[in-house]
Design a protein around this ligand. Sequence first.
Ligand SMILES: Cc1ncc(COP(=O)(O)O)c(C=O)c1O
Length: 292
Amino acid sequence: MKAYATPLVKFEFISQEIGIDVYGKLEYVNPTGSHKDRESRNVLKDALSKGFAEVAVASTGNAAVSLAAHSVAQGLRCHVFASAKIPEEKSKLISSFGGELHKVEGGLREAHAECVKFVERHGIYDANPGRNFKKIEGDAVIGEEIAAQLEARPSHVFIPTNNGTLLSGIWMGFRRTPMRPRMVAATAPVTEIADSIAGYNRLDGAALDAALGESHGLALKVDDGDIIPATLSLMKEGVFCEPASATSLAALRRLHSEPHELAGPVVLLITGTALKYPSRIGGILSSRPAIR
Ligand SMILES: Cc1ncc(COP(=O)(O)O)c(C=O)c1O
């Protein structure tokens, strides 16, 4: 399970718009199209070292696709608990990679509760957010990579956030370096299009709050009215991500429109590819809003 560094690129149009250097950390170029591969690799290393043959996770889609793919590659059986409303494109991918999908009425929290019962009943390896520190540890490498890739110190790092696993992990990585940017959680508690982070479920809430507190960071709510133009602006930069990932840019625009201390440069995490989610992108484009 080899790990690869992802690119850090400067966004030209967005930097001009905001008036500071804005970089994108392109996590969507990971093997299954999201940062979740960072977590899956570390989690499966742990599961294998402990002799487990089966793993289980509750997910909004990306973690499940990733864990299923890496599990099949390692000869492990993977159970996925997801909302019955999981987008069909993502459920097909999970099944294609041999993941056994258990659909649950409700959202991520209900799927998580069912998955926890299942692992406890069957003695299966628990890969759930909030219950497995290996996920946070897997994401820590992202913070270390940014510190190595960026010469100037970033003032803020904007991160699409649901459970807070990713943000806590990146902060853990920065703490291994001299860089101490403010961590900004971009959240979408109410959304029709940012499915992967809908609800702001905070299953790693304690680690998330600690990272926000220590980094003097903040959580910023965005809505679909912010996320659609952000998704389109990223396309203009040559970045095709799912709408949940464009919340990092939407949150930057929110902060930029208020009195703030954006000393620059800043980094946006671009977490998941649009290619796993064509219907959502098609829906956005068919409404033909202006790209700025
Ligand atoms: C594309 C994408 N971005 C961001 C996140 C948020 O990560 P976390 O739940 O660790 O906060 C997720 C979580 O599923 C995701 O799928």
